[in-house]
Every structure is written in structure tokens, then in C-alpha cells.
Design a protein. Sequence first.
Length: 272
Amino acid sequence: MSSIKYIRKIIEVESRLGFMFVPAKGQNLLPNQNSKVKVHCIGKKETTFSLTYNAEYNRIFGLTKWYRDNNIQEGTFIDVAIKNGEVILKTQTSKKSETKTTSLQKPTINTSNIPSGAKGNIVEDRIKELILLLGEGVLNVYKPVIDNEGIDLVALKNGQFHPIFLQIKSRYTAYKEQKLILTLSKNFKAHHSYYLVGVSFNPITMEVEEPILMVPSKELLDKAIQMSDGKYRVTASLKPSSNDQWQPYMVSKEKFIAILFEKFTNLEIHYT
């Protein structure tokens, strides 16, 4: 079987969402339909993954952790080889990429003066991108014109008319504190298709951090603390070593999308 080698310069959306685009010269060496491919990632250490290749959009998904572990950001150069249907990715050190990495170590903007509503919109847009891109063209997402029910995003699966409703809560300081402290309205209502998504947003990298908190609304009301003013409080540790009650709901970006697919399947069975 033919093989090919080339150099890929990572663009911003690839580093942010953890995928890699395969150019035309490499597409013929990969499956012509969505499937798993073996990807050998060589950086600080060598690891082999079975990752999703989307043949429609020509993207390899699931690289978030490898990007993060190897500090791969916008402008980083990656040596790519495709042989026998397998992909080999190797980090490439260059002055240009080192300079880029160094420049991203410090915040480029001061977010303290940005209104909380604007900050919320930024994170909601990031979650929309995750659903659209990692949903591989099968999932769609909508934003209500008026947010008076605590619903920030409405997700749908193509061909199915049973939505999943998401309330997105974010903290811009959680990456420092390693803790998500979220406050919900006293009017928060539970529904089998309604979920809380708690996000730590890092203002240095301008990215949604992992893990993401995803809690069914019914279980949230059972576990959250109701304060004296009637509002609900969620305090969840972001430390991997934590064993608090929220850890079963901490998921990666890929797992977040996988849960959505699972919920849509359950809804389809329930309403058919």
C-alpha cells in the first residue's frame, strides 16, 4: 500500500478542539467512510490510539490530550506519515513553534472588565463548536432567542425531533482554583432531557478546559446544596485525585459528545 509523509502546521481551531485535518494528498490512504484508525503519537512519549476518522470532513478526532500533554498549539509543526492505513504523528521542534509557545504563556487580555453575560456567550459558543465538530455532522445545535427558562443551548440529532436542553455554566478562575463553583436559579427545574454543563474556561489559552461537568437535571437537584435564598450551589473539584460526589459526571470533550449521542438513542427508543 502507498505511503506519504508531510508536515502539518496546526491551526487555531485544530488545537482548540483537538482534531487534525487530513489534506487531499493523504485522504486516499485512509478509509472512505467514518471509522476508527490507528494513530501513533510520538512526543514526550510514544502512545498509540484508536481514533475516529471522519471521511466526510477529512478530520482525525480525539487528539486533545496529546496536544495538551505536548503543548501543541496554533503554529506548531507536526511530522505526519500515513502508511498501511495507519497514521504517525511526531512533534517537531522549531524556533518558530517555540517562540509561539512562549508567547502564549501569559494572558493576552484582561477578562476582568468583560461583562459576565459576554463571558457566558463566549463559552456557549465554544460548546456549540464542540457539538458541531465532534458531532461529525450528525448533531446540530441552536440557541434560544430569549433565555428565560435557564436553557442556553438546544441540541438535536439529524432526523430526530426530540431535543436535549443544556444550561451552560462557566468559571474563568476555576483553572487556578481547580474547583468549579456554580450557582443556579432557585427556579431551576428538572426534566429528563435537561442537563447542566459546567465549564472551566482558561483565559490564558482562551480554551475550554477538561474535564467538563455534565449532570442530568434530576440528579443535580438531588445532590446540589440549596442555599438560604433558594438558589442551588454546585462545588465540584477539578482535581483528578478527587473523589467528591461530582466526579462521576466529569467527562472529556469526546465523552461529552458520546453522552449526547447515547441520550439521543435513549430518547429515540423512548418515543418510538
